[in-house]
Ligand binder design. Structure first.
Ligand SMILES: [Zn+2]
Length: 269
């Protein structure tokens, strides 16, 4: 605790005193462009890993970077999402999972948590779609490998949960909001982003498409009507991913994707 109190003094005399103008500006209001959703894990620092300034990220943190689907829980997550999207007008939402996530380890043995940590057990209910998917589609994986896939699948599950929010659904329709699924590797400092066309996690600057997580809802309106829609997207058709490129044992993740996920923790071996 002493260390933190000393830190408070140092912050005031160092960082604050050299950024007074910024703090004066921020005292009048915030205008973050990004809602950053990540795990409570102490090893992640959203501002540090993105080199973002104070006031640039609106942050939601909890065990497992979970956002319950709309109406499924009366917690703070939904309210914070709604506020960020509607009142602050954020343009990007990032769900950032991470390697060695304790919450995901818990999810993989959820039933054993019921007695010891009933609140965690209950909370992980909102990642049940992830658990079910793993249980039925990744029976051939175990240990660290299964955990890495759990982290990856969970950020995608939470992206789907975000889509259930009316404010998000509506902004996606107008192309005013972009959803991003990230994985942060603690041991390498690397961040990978999901590319839904390639079904792969790639480095964010690797693909121009990463500007926006493509909207999967495909409208089939006549062309002339589509042209009249606000924020009309020129092409909503996603190219087919060659079946051969996918690992048939992992319909959702490609083998390349799994290799990339693994490279975070195993790449140095
Ligand atoms: Zn975690």
């Amino acid at each position: 605790m002493k260390k933190l109190l000393k830190g408070l003094r140092q912050f005031k005399s160092n960082y604050f005193s050299t950024h007074q103008e910024l703090f004066e500006q921020l005292s009048h209001g915030q205008k973050p462009r990004v809602l950053f959703i990540t795990c409570s894990d102490s090893r992640i620092d959203p501002n540090l890993i993105t080199n973002a300034e104070v006031g640039e990220l609106f942050v939601i943190r909890n065990a497992g970077n979970i956002i319950p689907p709309f109406g499924a829980a009366n917690g703070g997550e939904g309210a914070a999402v709604e506020y960020a999207v509607q009142a602050l007008g954020v343009e990007h939402i990032i769900v950032c999972g991470h390697s060695h996530c304790g919450a995901m380890k818990g999810l993989l043995k959820r039933s054993s948590l019921e007695d010891e940590m009933p609140l965690v057990y209950e909370w992980l209910r909102h990642a049940e779609a992830t658990r079910q998917l793993l249980k039925e589609n990744y029976t051939h994986l175990e240990g660290e490998t299964l955990l890495e896939v759990a982290v990856a699948e969970n950020v995608l599950t939470q992206i789907e949960n975000l889509r259930t929010y009316p404010v998000i659904h509506s902004k996606l329709y107008r192309n005013k909001l972009h959803l991003h699924a990230w994985i942060y590797h603690i041991e390498t400092g690397e961040v990978l982003e999901y590319d839904s066309i390639r079904h792969d996690f790639v480095t964010p600057d690797e693909n121009a498409m990463l500007e926006a997580y493509p909207v999967q809802c495909v409208l089939s309106l006549p062309e002339d009507v589509e042209d009249l829609l606000p924020g009309h997207r020129q092409s909503q058709t996603q190219p087919e991913v060659a079946e051969a490129e996918r690992d048939v044992m992992m319909p959702w993740l490609s083998s390349d994707q799994v290799a990339r996920i693994r490279s975070g923790s195993n790449g140095r071996r």
